[in-house]
Design a binder for this molecule. Structure first.
Ligand code: FES
Length: 131
């Protein structure tokens, strides 16, 4: 039997920032090879900070809780601060995950990092076009 922390249950039952952002500045999608679940993050960036974040997760309760926690942890942070966020940080912020659910936490930070990479690649292209 799997026991979740109160924080995991709270974020699973009341996930924050679910949805998508039309005209997002960056989009990051990852899949979990172990179970096939998918997670997509959408970000809006202004002055090098994440000013809006939304996610869509097709996965287990732990993956939804991880997505929700990541979205709260990164809102208002600089891109550099977010790039330092690890999957372990997210699992700790949720007061841990059961050992058989640790792999579920491996999507959250990775999806966010991908969204930032996507934003940066678009931004670089903008700069090249302006020159
Ligand atoms: Fe797939 Fe948790 S079982 S992410």
């Amino acid at each position: 039997m799997t026991f979740y922390s109160k924080k995991v249950m709270n974020h699973f039952l009341n996930p924050r920032n679910v949805g998508y952002i039309k005209n997002a500045d960056g989009i990051g999608e990852v899949g979990n090879p172990i179970c096939g679940d998918m997670m997509t993050f959408y970000i809006k960036v202004s002055n090098n900070r994440i000013i809006d974040v939304k996610f869509q997760t097709f996965g287990c309760g732990a993956a939804i809780a991880v997505s929700s926690m990541v979205s709260e942890m990164v809102l208002g942070k600089t891109l550099e601060e977010v790039q330092c966020l690890t999957n372990d940080d997210v699992a700790q912020a949720l007061d841990g995950l059961p050992s058989n659910k640790i792999h579920c936490s491996n999507l959250g930070a990775d999806a966010l990092h991908k969204a930032i990479e996507n934003y940066k690649s678009k931004h670089q292209n903008d700069n090249i076009l302006k020159k």
